[in-house]
Design a protein around this ligand. Structure first.
Ligand code: SAM
Length: 284
C-alpha cells in the first residue's frame, strides 16, 4: 500500500530515534521490562520453529532476547535507522543467521501475507502517525492463528511524587501538545483496544508491565528517564508550552524521586496481545 500524496511525516521522531541517548534508553528499558515481558511471550501457542518478526527493532534489545527465549526460532528485526541495525548486527552476531536485521518500513513490509507466527512491535506505535495502518500491516504478515504482541506506551501512565517542579504538570501538558505537533497518539496505550477490537482479532488482552522503584532497580529506572531527558528536552521545548530548560528541571526532579531511597515512582507499560483470526493454534 503506497501513499504518494503523503503529507504527514511518517517518522517524526527520526532524530531522537537515531540519537545516542536512544541507545541508552532502549538498553535500560529492556533491562526494566524484559523480566516481566518474557513470561507473557511464552504464553503464546507457537510451533516448534516459530518465525518471529520484531517490527521497529531499534538496536535489537528485544529481538536478541526473543531469539534466546525461543532457541529454534527464526527472528527478523526490521527498522529504518541504519546505525541501529548495524549496532544490532554487530552486538548479536553470535545469534546470526537465526537472528537477522533488515532495513524495512513497518508501513510496508516486504514479507508475504501470513509469513510470521508471532509479530512483536515494542515502543513504536506511540511515536508514529497512522498507528492503525501499521497494525493492519503487522496483521497482514502474521498468519491466521498467529499472534500480535505490542507494547503501546501511554504517557498518562507515569506517576511521580509531587515536588517543586511537579511532574504532574509536565505529564499533563507535554503529551497532548507533543502528539498534536507530530501527528502521533501519546495515549495509545488506552486507545489501542478501540483500534484492535473492530479489526476482529481474537484473544485480545492487555497486560501491564509495572516499572516501579520496588520491582526495578532504581538506577535502571533512573537511566530511562535520564535518556529521555537527554533526547527529548529539546523537542519538548520545540513542541510544547514547556521550555527546554524547564523540561530538564522536570526530568531531573523525576530522576531525584527515583533515586531517593524513600521515594516511589511508577511507569505502567501496556502490553497488548491478540490472535489473528482463522487458522489453528500450534499444537492444537
Ligand atoms: C523507541 S524505539 C523501540 C525499539 C525496539 N522496539 C525496542 O523495544 O527496543 C522505536 C523504533 O521504531 C523505529 N521506527 C519508527 N518508524 C519506523 C518505520 N516506519 N519502520 C520501521 N521502524 C520504525 C525507530 O527507528 C526506532 O528504532
Amino acid at each position: 500500500m503506497s501513499h504518494p500524496a503523503e503529507s504527514v511525516n511518517l517518522n517524526p521522531q527520526a532524530k531522537q530515534m537515531a540519537d545516542e541517548s536512544m541507545v541508552r534508553c532502549l538498553e535500560a528499558q529492556a533491562r526494566a521490562i524484559w523480566p516481566q515481558e518474557a513470561p507473557l511471550l511464552t504464553r503464546y501457542a507457537l510451533p516448534a520453529e516459530p518465525r518471529i518478526l520484531d517490527a521497529g527493532c531499534g538496536t535489537g534489545e528485544a529481538a536478541s532476547r526473543i531469539a534466546e527465549l525461543f532457541p529454534r526460532a527464526h527472528v527478523l528485526g526490521v527498522d529504518v535507522i541504519d546505525p541501529s541495525l548495524e549496532l544490532a548486527r554487530e552486538r548479536y552476531r553470535a545469534l546470526a543467521p537465526r537472528l537477522e536485521f533488515q532495513h524495512q518500513s513497518i508501513y510496508e513490509l516486504s514479507a508475504a501475507k501470513g509469513a510470521f507466527d508471532l509479530t512483536v512491535c515494542r515502543h513504536v506505535i506511540h511515536s508514529i502517525p497512522h498507528a492503525d495502518r501499521v497494525i493492519a500491516e503487522l496483521a497482514r504478515v502474521t498468519r491466521p492463528g498467529g499472534y500480535l504482541h505490542i507494547i503501546a506506551e501511554d504517557y498518562g501512565m507515569l506517576h511521580f511524587q509531587r515536588a517543586e517542579h511537579d511532574p504532574r504538570d509536565f505529564w499533563h501538558q507535554v503529551p497532548p501538545a507533543f502528539g498534536a505537533s507530530t501527528g502521533t497518539d501519546l495515549f495509545i496505550g488506552r486507545d489501542i483496544f478501540g483500534i484492535l477490537a473492530p479489526m476482529g482479532f481474537e484473544d485480545l488482552r492487555i497486560d501491564f508491565i509495572i516499572v516501579d522503584t520496588l520491582r526495578v532497580p532504581r538506577e535502571t529506572f533512573a537511566a530511562i528517564i535520564e535518556a529521555w531527558r537527554d533526547g527529548y528536552a529539546g523537542p519538548v521545548g520545540d513542541y510544547t508550552p514547556i521550555s527546554r530548560p524547564k523540561a530538564v528541571q522536570y526530568f531531573n526532579q523525576m530522576i531525584a524521586n527515583i533515586r531517593d531511597p524513600l521515594g516511589y515512582a511508577l511507569w505502567l507499560v501496556p502490553v497488548v496481545s491478540a490472535r489473528v483470526p482463522g487458522g489453528k493454534k500450534a499444537g492444537v
